[in-house]
Write a protein that binds this ligand. Sequence first.
Ligand SMILES: [Zn+2]
Length: 235
Amino acid sequence: MMRSIFYLLFFMIMFACKNDSKEKAKLNPILEDTVDAELEIDTVSTKSESEVIKPARPGWAEITEDEFTKLDLRYATDNNFVEMQMYDCGRCFVREEVYTGLENVRSELKEKGFGIILYDCYRPRPVQQKLWDKVPNASYVTPPSRGSMHNRGVALDIGLTDAKGEILDMGTEFDYFGKEGHHDYYDHPKEVLENRKLLKSTMEKHAFASIRTEWWHYSYVIGEYEIAEWLWDCQ
Ligand SMILES: [Zn+2]
C-alpha cells in the first residue's frame, strides 16, 4: 500500500514537472519579447532624458543657430588646418556667463543689421590633446597641460555675417596662420578693416578680449575657469 502511494506521488510529481517545463518553454519567447520591449522603452526614455539633461549642464549653455547666428564648427569636419575631424559632431557650448556676454553682442549687432558665425566654442581637453598630438607646435596649438581658453569654455572663434546670413569678408579664412590674419595687418581693403573693427569693438565692449595674431579669436575676460574634460552628446 505504502509502495503504491509512493509510486503514485512520484508519477504525479514527474507529470507536474513536465507540464511546468512545457509551460516555461511556451512562456520563454513571450518573456524575451517582454524583456526586449522593456529594454526598448528604457533606451527611448534614457535617450529623451539625455536630450533634456545634457544641454542643461550646470554652469554651461549651448549656442544654437537662429536667424542671426550661424554655426560652421570646423573641428566637427575635416575642413580645418589639421584636415582631420576632431569632434564627433558639431555643438557649440560655452560657460553661462560667456553665453550672456555673447547675447549682448548678438543683440547689438542685430540692431545694426549684422549677424555672427561661429567656428569653434568649448573644446574639451581630450580634443586639445588630439590636436596637440597632430601638431605639437605651441605657435599653433596650446599645449594641453596649459590648456587654452577654448578648453575652459570661455573662447569663441567668430566672424560676421550680414542680416541675410552672408559671411562678410574678414581678410582671411578662419585659422589662417599668416600675418594677413593679424589685427595689426592693415593692408586689407577698407571694407575688411571696417568689418574687423566692428567685430572687435563690439566684442570688447562686452568683455571679450582679442589676441593680436587671430582676427577670429575672442575670450571672455571676467572670472577664472578650470579646464574642462566633458564631451557632449551626439545623439
Ligand atoms: Zn580660438
